[in-house]
Design a protein. Structure first.
Ligand SMILES: [Zn+2]
Length: 271
């Protein structure tokens, strides 16, 4: 059953309501936020860049649209042996990340965001180094907002937990990477990103901590423990409708937060 058909059968609408129009995007992959999630976050961030920062990114770094580079880090992670940069496993008994315990070698998403933020700000670094740092940031600032990227090592962030969703078998990590993203009511992914971005004013975003990657990670950790891992299943073995609809709302909020925070990070780093 293809994605469009599955989406049509889904009885739970996204929190945003615009006319239902065919969506031509392919099914998400099971690696990090799916490609769609990363593109949405790139689109939202791009809309929120200061004009001077947008000019710098487009002219100096030759990146026209953040969404176009948003999946690059996933494409190179196997060849470069950088898989661990995309997540952090937290001790199963803890609801918060601790560097010394959870990332002693610094090879996890939270520490890598700090490293690349420093490179991006560093005028003495080469343009090529800074451009690559920017591409990593666009991706990793998104990954840290996926609740199961702050999951438990024992189940590999939910990869080992099998669930049934819309008539087929999947796993909890893949579900949260992309299968809960629902934008079939929009003509395109940029249109969906624009609608999401339009749902928040300065009042809401000012309540979200903008800097402090560990805080973003701890939010994700709590969402993993308080919601994502508390899987509810219907009698027919499928994920319970309440779990799916609530999960979709959480995913939308996380996409939006990631876009807002990524824009802020870039505005601060490149002003
Ligand atoms: Zn990733």
């Amino acid at each position: 059953m293809n994605r469009f058909r599955r989406n049509r059968l889904s009885q739970f609408a996204s929190v945003l309501l615009l006319p239902a129009i065919f969506s031509a995007f392919s099914a998400p992959s099971a690696q990090a936020w799916g490609p769609e999630g990363h593109r949405v976050i790139g689109e939202i961030a791009q809309m929120r860049l200061l004009p001077s920062v947008l000019r710098k990114i487009q002219d100096d770094f030759n990146i026209k649209n953040l969404a176009d580079v948003a999946n690059w880090a996933d494409e190179v992670k196997d060849a470069r042996r950088q898989k661990s940069w995309h997540y952090a496993n937290v001790d199963i008994s803890s609801d918060s990340y601790e560097r010394g315990r959870d990332c002693p070698d610094g090879q996890c998403v939270i520490e890598k965001i700090s490293v690349f933020e420093s490179v991006l700000k560093d005028d003495s670094a080469s343009l090529q180094e800074r451009r690559e740092a920017l591409k990593y940031l666009v991706h990793l600032a998104a990954d840290v907002h996926q609740p199961l990227h702050l999951g438990n090592k024992e189940d590999r962030g939910g990869n080992e937990i099998r669930v049934r969703f819309e008539g087929r078998q999947t796993n909890l990590h893949a579900l949260w990477d992309g299968e809960l993203i629902s934008f079939e009511k929009f003509r395109s992914l940029p249109e969906y990103a624009g609608a999401l971005n339009g749902t928040v004013g300065d009042g809401e975003t000012s309540a979200w901590p903008l800097s402090g990657t560990a805080e973003w990670a701890n939010e994700s950790r709590r969402l993993a423990l308080d919601f994502a891992y508390l899987v509810r299943v219907s009698e027919n073995g499928e994920l319970a409708p309440e779990y799916v609809s609530e999960g979709r709302k959480i995913v939308e909020t996380q996409l939006l937060k990631a876009g807002v925070r990524l824009a802020d990070l870039l505005n601060r780093s490149l002003k």
